[in-house]
Design a protein around this ligand. Sequence first.
Ligand code: HEC
Length: 183
Amino acid sequence: MMFGHCRRASTLHGTFVLGLCGLLLAGCSGAGDGGDAAALKDKYVTVNLGVRGPVDLPADAVGNLQTFSPQQIYAGKKLFESNCQNCHVGGTTTPNPKVSLALAKLQGATPSRDNIQSLVQYMRLPMSYDGTEETFNCRKSDWIKDDEVQNLAAFILRASQKARGWGTARLEANQDSMTTAPP
Ligand code: HEC
């Protein structure tokens, strides 16, 4: 009965092939919803960032909004973990604690780094806090594609808006469920 859908397979081999197809299809249908399933299992995404469906974030300095899916925020989180977390654990900046990733700090930079466009610009060409000279600290994202850089920016923005203790010394609140479990 369990193999009801395989009824027409006359040999063991056929059953195996059909079974394999079923597995592949099951795998695909997970991605068919935009891949949000994995994101919605990540507690940091759903609880700390409060992302359970699409979220709107400031796209630019003139008030446009850009919508990100849970999957995109989750992808940004993973990029952050592998490229930025060493120096920016929980949104702090270990080598220069005065320039953390807290929202007030992002807003206070010249130009403000509190929207997707300006954060992407920063990651492509990091500048000092007053915007006068290039810095080389965060220059890891050269190789990252545009949509991925946007996901990374979206993760940082959402964390700066929602994650308790983000960019402050109160790391515990951030780090509890930060690290993505291996699949
Ligand atoms: C080697 C350590 C290091 C790594 C890795 C690093 N950063 Fe930074 N980041 C810094 C330092 C130091 C600053 C402080 C500002 C400065 O020196 O210009 C900074 C500043 C920033 C700022 C500006 C914060 C503000 O308040 O204006 C952002 C945004 C940022 N980093 C994002 C990132 C992202 C995204 C990554 C990963 C792609 C990353 N950084 C990787 C060291 C690092």
